[in-house]
Design a protein around this ligand. Structure first.
Ligand code: SF4
Length: 380
């Protein structure tokens, strides 16, 4: 009997996502599932969110634990401890983005060194969509390329995926019944297969989301003609630095010329920027009729508390977050010009003073809720 013909029904594998904080299931574990099912015909693979001991999880041969955000590293450590305690004979493997970036800290806690970056053996496998990890799967997820030829200072892609390469057979990841394809390419426009892949995607004829955003600096008329034959919805760009203003405005104009779809722009802040620069960018986007999706930079460390960037402080960060929570849905600054101006003010100076006012007001409310009277102390 060859290895391929052997039956591995006695083998059990447990795939664990310690905390589920996004709407997408853990793709890495879904690929590992396919790898295991191909390698050990008949084996049982169980997907699990958090720490739990269901009867069907008895004695797994291996336990794979994933991670996403570095600030959830303690949950990853606790998860590994939990399963190590309950299944002392199982091999425990840790991987994923968060653990890759704080590898040493995790090792120091539990003496298991997490795998860093892509898991080559599973990389070529399609996701096992039968595992949902509690999500309602409705979109195929794939990559036409990995890595990125750029090296932006705030981005961890260079560390996680140091090699930029194309994937030729990404279409095998597509599930026919799903109406949407989500591409998780770091930089689709930089791919040498760009033209070829646009034609392939157009032929597949499904709604497409380039979820990580398109690189404005690489969008031109020629590329737009290829790109916008695809049903891209929404169109995502990024405006991470005020110095890219011309490239971003140019990209927005090109997009408007070829598509009527909503333009959503990721706006990084709290890195080297000033709060005034954030206002400048979101104001510009608002005037252009694009939606801003501000993303707060957090250094890839095990620090649980947020750390303000050089030009920011905790008051401003807190107040800006509050505006997104209370005035907007899903953290997205919508098109309404009037709302924008009434929330953030007419210029950079007003923006900063509004944020301080919001912070003070929030603090006042918190003190009130705690029953601390005005006489006990002035607001700062
Ligand atoms: S272009 Fe995007 S993916 Fe590439 S390094 Fe910069 S931020 Fe990262």
């Amino acid at each position: 009997m060859t290895i391929a013909e052997m039956n591995y029904s006695r083998y059990k594998f447990l795939l664990v996502e310690p905390v589920a904080k996004t709407s997408y299931p853990p793709l890495g574990l879904m690929k590992i599932s396919t790898m295991l099912k191909e390698r050990y015909k008949g084996c049982q693979v169980i997907g699990q969110v958090g720490n739990s001991l269901e009867s069907r999880i008895a004695n797994p041969k291996k336990i794979y634990i994933t991670s996403l955000f570095t600030w959830d590293w303690k949950a990853v450590v606790e998860c590994a401890k939990y399963y190590k305690h309950n299944f002392p004979n199982s091999e425990i493997l840790i991987g994923g983005i968060g653990a890759s970036l704080v590898q040493e800290d995790i090792f120091n806690k539990i003496k298991i060194k997490p795998h860093k970056g892509l898991y080559d053996e599973a990389e070529s496998c399609s996701p096992d969509y039968s595992l949902t990890f509690g999500r309602k799967n409705g979109a195929s997820i794939t990559f036409t390329s990995r890595g990125c030829p750029r090296d932006c200072g705030f981005c961890s892609v260079k560390e996680l995926e140091p090699r930029f390469f194309v994937k030729e057979e990404w279409e095998k990841d597509i599930k026919e019944e799903y109406p949407t394809i989500v591409f998780w390419d770091n930089n689709f426009l930089a791919s040498p297969n760009f033209e070829k892949d646009c034609i392939k995607i157009e032929t597949i004829n499904k709604k497409v989301d380039f979820n990580q955003g398109l690189d404005s600096r690489l969008l031109n008329e020629e590329r737009a003609k290829m790109l916008f034959k695809i049903n891209i919805d929404p169109i995502r760009l990024a405006f991470d630095d005020v110095n890219y203003e011309n490239a971003v405005l140019n990209a927005i104009n090109i997009v408007k010329k070829y598509s009527k779809k909503e333009i959503m722009v990721y706006v990084l802040y709290n890195f080297l920027d000033k709060p005034e620069e954030l206002y400048y960018r979101i104001n510009l986007l608002n005037k252009e009729g694009a939606l801003s999706f501000p993303m707060e930079y957090r250094a890839p460390t095990t620090r649980i508390n947020k750390a303000p960037g050089t030009n920011w402080n905790t008051y401003l960060l807190r107040a800006f977050k509050l505006t997104l929570l209370f005035y907007y849905k899903k953290g997205m600054i919508t098109k309404s010009r009037n709302s924008f101006l009434s929330i953030y003010g007419k210029n950079e100076k007003e923006f900063v003073s509004r944020l301080y006012e919001i912070y003070s007001y929030d603090k006042k409310l918190k003190r009130k809720a705690k029953g601390i009277g005005q006489s006990e102390g002035e607001l700062t």
